[in-house]
Design a protein around this ligand. Structure first.
Ligand SMILES: *Cc1c(COP(=O)(O)O)cnc(C)c1O
Length: 367
């Protein structure tokens, strides 16, 4: 049996940089800057600079980032926000937490990202905005979505949880829409040693409001101006993230190298690749392909000791949690087809050349 190849292996990053990580953690401990504080604030400044916006509001995870983004934009009961059917479910949670309704729109058949026309078709008088997702690290068609949003007076928010460093027409994701929501969950392109998230923004008013909301609804300690949340970023995570952020550009480059190699060298006609439009720079968070006999492929790879996952086996509109919204099969046919045929191949920055070559070879030998 050949050596196992994991879909993603974080142990190699820790092994390579453990002294730096431990030093950062040690500093936080010595200063007991545990909740918010100096190291969380320092990371906010560094991350805002990385994305190219004036403000980044660090929070405890990406789901909270989406929730605060919706609250800052005034989304509430009776409102609708359009969300792609093909995404991780947390994209929709932030909308639901406010009492508003996520309205699911299909993806395109080739990019597998939000279809702007499908989004436009879902607009009603209750629609407040469009929450697009740069899924798998591939920017969605922001230009087309923004045009539609302008025409109908809607906001556009970006879910960037899978796309740190990706670009649309030369501009960083997280700087395009009204707000950009990031996750630093372990395994995302930039990750904490636990949970973390951030909302990037250009508007000072939104930034101040989200900062108050994440901090129990107060600007001045013990004076609570509105009902708030405990969504602060931990100091330990801020310190770890400041270390990782230094490596993010080289990790991204490596992901792009591997992704482009897969695109070039996996030539099996049974394997369909995601389309990557020329005006985008994807960061290959997940390398997802479509295969007619998906389950047989996953078993074939597992027999060869190569781990593949499914992102995602059930589209949002058909999840039990949203059964009350009354969607049925065929409401988002492209997303449904993808859910039934998607496979995620191993891809992470620390993958070795021999592992990459083996994945390519196995893909090409699948019959
Ligand atoms: C990971 C992820 C989230 C949620 O982030 P958490 O930090 O896990 O709460 C939201 N949207 C997308 C697209 C994600 O991949």
């Amino acid at each position: 049996m050949s050596e196992p190849i994991k879909r993603i292996d974080l142990t190699r990053d820790y092994a390579a940089h453990q002294e730096e990580y431990r030093e950062a953690i040690e500093k936080v401990c010595r200063e007991t800057a545990f909740s918010g504080g100096k190291y969380a604030d320092a990371f906010d400044r560094e991350f805002a600079a990385y994305v190219g916006v004036p403000y980044a509001c660090g929070v405890n995870n990406g789901t909270s980032a989406l929730h605060l983004a919706m609250l800052a934009l005034g989304v509430g009961p009776g409102d609708e926000v359009i969300v792609p059917a093909n995404t991780y479910i947390a994209t929709a949670w932030g909308v639901s937490y406010t009492g508003a309704t996520p309205v699911f729109a299909d993806c395109t058949p080739d990019t597998w990202e939000l279809d702007p026309a499908a989004a436009e078709a879902r607009i009603t008088p209750r629609t407040k905005g469009i929450l697009g997702v740069h899924l798998y690290g591939q920017p969605f068609d922001f230009g087309a979505v923004e045009k539609i949003a302008r025409r109908h007076g809607l906001f556009v928010v970006e879910d960037c949880a899978q796309a740190h460093g990706a670009r649309f027409e030369g501009r960083n994701v997280g700087s395009l829409g009204e707000l950009g929501c990031f996750s630093f969950y372990p395994g995302k392109n930039l990750y904490a040693f636990g949970e973390g998230g951030s909302i990037t923004c250009r508007n000072e008013r939104y930034y101040r409001h989200m900062t108050r909301l994440k901090n129990q609804g107060c600007d001045v300690r013990y004076y609570h101006d509105e009902i708030g949340y405990n969504y602060r970023l931990e100091g330990l995570q801020g310190a770890v993230l400041s270390v990782s952020l230094k490596y993010l550009p080289q990790w991204t480059e490596r992901r792009q190298e591997i992704g482009r190699r897969y695109l070039r060298e996996i030539t099996n006609p049974l394997i369909t690749m995601q389309a990557h439009p020329e005006n985008t720079e994807p960061v290959f968070h997940l390398f997802v392909v479509q295969i007619e006999e998906r389950d047989r492929f996953v078993k074939y790879m597992a027999d060869e000791n190569v781990e593949c996952n499914l992102h995602y086996p059930v589209p949002c509109h058909l999840q039990k949690a949203y059964a009350h919204l009354g969607y049925s099969v065929n409401d988002c046919p492209n997303a449904e087809h993808l859910a039934a045929h998607c496979v995620t191949l191993p891809l992470f920055p620390q993958m070795r050349e021999d592992e990459i070559a083996r994945v390519i070879d196995l893909c090409n030998r699948f019959v």
